[in-house]
Design a protein around this ligand. Structure first.
Ligand code: KG4
Ligand code: ZN
Length: 332
């Protein structure tokens, strides 16, 4: 029987997810109910629609996670939920559900930082990764280079000054008339295109911060001027520019911080080219690397359980007065 079981809940954006994980690494179940189909017709997440869908989905998703794990509530040691950052209405559903269950079942509760959860998706599958590490966290809402000196101890080396990498993918995809979310759509198209357009690499040699808004605008301007260009070539060239910037800065960060390796997390870590480049770079340099399975890159509750278990062992439970915080920072 797996011990130290955490039931974790994730509702920060448009995925309603619940997972049961033992000791932050043994995944007994990980259920993700995506609202993509609901939001696709609007071309992006509609916050009010998302929170209402979470209300409908949260109970069945939690029940399914317990059933798939083959346990009942009496086997649980901790109930966790993402408490920020994210959409306030969405976060409130998960936090309220987790606190209510913890209270009724007489279990401790812990509120989890969504960004810390993305960082911990690497340790979920590879718990013995050696520190210090550099983690490139790339999602729809964030783009950050994080120096992880020890467990739960971070330094933010740089972050985006405007659009997150995933946001740039989504906006370019929307302009190109592709389906939402744009990241997977561009990734798929890029596989059959050629890298013919030399899009700018913003802030390539300027420290660790990122800026993707100018790149997005230059793709849009290029398509306006050259409407005959195959969409696949636009996708390939845009993707190469994004990944080039991400890898160049991540590589520099590993060297300058004397880290033992490089890991990635967040939805954009599901990107084919980024995954390939991280593994190739680390192999060439003799660095440790880890690329989480795609299902643990995009929002899921198993990564929340991994972070929750670490935090709980270091800091103990959160108070039941803990609320959702849409603007929660990594270093709080
Ligand atoms: O981590 P995530 O699920 O949610 C946030 O916390 O933001 O990330 C979602 C983002 C979206 O912008 C989506 O387009 C992007 O991740 N994404 C990808 C890929 N799969 C998801 N971007 C590029 N390539 C992909 N294969
Ligand atoms: Zn996320």
């Amino acid at each position: 029987m797996t011990k130290n079981l955490v039931l974790a809940i994730e509702t920060s954006c448009d995925e309603t997810a619940a997972a049961v994980v033992g000791e932050g690494k043994h995944v007994l179940s990980s259920v993700v109910s995506s609202q993509v189909d609901i939001h696709a017709r609007y071309g992006g997440v509609v916050p009010e629609v998302a929170s209402r869908a979470h209300v409908d989905l949260i109970a069945p998703v939690i029940a399914q996670a317990l059933i798939e794990a083959g346990i009942d509530q009496s086997d649980l040691d901790l109930v966790a939920a993402t408490r920020g950052p994210g959409l306030i209405g969405s976060l409130l559903v998960g936090v309220s559900a987790a606190k209510s269950l913890a209270l009724v079942w007489k279990k401790p509760f812990i509120g989890v930082n969504h960004l810390e959860a993305h960082l911990y998706s690497c340790f979920l599958e590879e718990p013995d990764l050696e520190l210090p590490l550099v983690v490139l966290l790339v999602s729809g809402g964030h783009t950050m280079l994080v120096a992880m000196d020890d467990h739960l101890s971070y330094r933010i080396l740089g972050q985006t000054l405007d659009d997150a990498a995933g946001e740039a993918y989504d906006k370019v995809a929307r302009y190109l008339g592709l389906s939402y979310p744009g990241g997977p759509a561009i990734d798929q198209l890029a596989a059959s295109g050629e890298s013919k357009i030399d899009f700018p690499r913003p802030m390539l040699n300027e420290g660790y911060n990122f800026s993707f808004s100018g790149l997005k605008t230059s793709v849009i301007n290029y398509v306006r001027k050259h409407p005959e260009t195959p969409i696949e070539d636009i996708a390939t060239s845009f993707q190469e520019a994004v990944v080039d910037v991400l890898i160049t800065k991540a590589k520099k960060a590993v060297i300058e911080t004397n880290a033992k390796g490089l890991c990635i997390g967040g939805g954009v870590a599901a990107n084919s080219l980024l995954r390939e480049e991280v593994l190739d770079t680390c192999l060439k340099e003799g660095w440790q690397s880890f690329v989480p399975s795609r299902l643990y890159c995009t929002d899921n509750a198993a990564m929340v359980a991994a972070a929750a278990w670490r935090r709980y062992n270091q800091d103990g439970p959160s108070s039941l007065f803990t609320g959702a915080d849409p603007n929660l920072q990594l270093l709080e």
